[in-house]
Design a protein around this ligand. Sequence first.
Ligand code: ADP
Ligand code: MG
Length: 346
Amino acid sequence: DELISQIAAGEVVERPASVVRELVDNALDAGAKNVLVKLMAGGVRAIVVEDDGCGIPVTQLPLALKRHATSKIASLGELESVATMGFRGEALAAIASVSEMSVASRTADAAHAHRLDARSGELSAAARSRGTSVEVRELFFATPARRKFLKTDATELAHCVEAVRRHALARPDVGFAIWHEGKLVDQWRAASVEQRISDVLGEDFVHDSRAFEHSAGPLGVIRPPGQANVLAAPRGGQGNLGRPGISLTGRAGLPEASRSRADQQYVWVNGRYVRDKLISHAIRSAYEDVLHGQRQPSYVLFIEIAPELVDVNVHPTKIEVRFRDGRAIHQAVRRAFIDALAQSRS
Ligand code: ADP
Ligand code: MG
């Protein structure tokens, strides 16, 4: 069983950055306003993620570490409309099976925090304010084959920082800080969308890009950007508003920009960072259409779509999604970029 869970963990936990991503997902699902990430040796030696979210009741702590235990959906039907980052109930169990993990947490009404050590199952009193701290040490210590595949600490650190960056861009309302070996690497205070993009991607990026806002179809059940992960989607909200639609916002990098960077291409669907061939194709074709070239544009694109129109349960790491109506998405994305680029020329 230990072996099976370690194999399963391989699908979720590839490297320190995967751990960072899952733990920050959980912090955001818990309604955190501040998320602190502390790393040692690129995250291989230690990853600590602290949040000021709702915390885990002590009675639920052991359950939270069990496989397929999630507090986020109660039935398969709810998967259709999942509004949280997590829902598979796999991450904590998977991480625990390939590391030394402990979780300390405190809810608002608890007299103090509790810490649960994953390996020993030992529960002890701990000191912290409301929220949760997850500590992950010695990743892959028991699976040397996997550990061998890790790159240098500097490279693993860069991947960890990138994971936080993706969260930070999607959630400007939340403050983030990343520490490595006791030194502050990056810090982003809660800000407007525009300011956060500038803080994370640089003033140049904002200067050399055009904002766009595009929607297709009635916007019945779409949640405002930035709140996508905290609030549950209103059930049946589309009711008499007709078909749910798509909202696209973001910034399209301009061709005039001297440094156009392929490493600044970001797409989120309902707050979740994704990689999607259909979407990148639509964007590339817009650039080709308007500008006859510019193959490596920089861009950020936030897609908000009714959760029932997108399947997020395609891949264990949830980086891939499947749209119910891929053609409509392709068209809307293409249109949004064409409009932004055409505008910038006039
Ligand atoms: P999932 O996020 O898919 O539900 P996880 O294994 O990531 O699965 O987490 C299991 C459960 O532990 C969550 O459903 C949640 O109830 C709880 N949990 C994990 N991390 C936190 C956190 N930072 N704050 C509050 N609750 C948490
Ligand atoms: Mg999770």
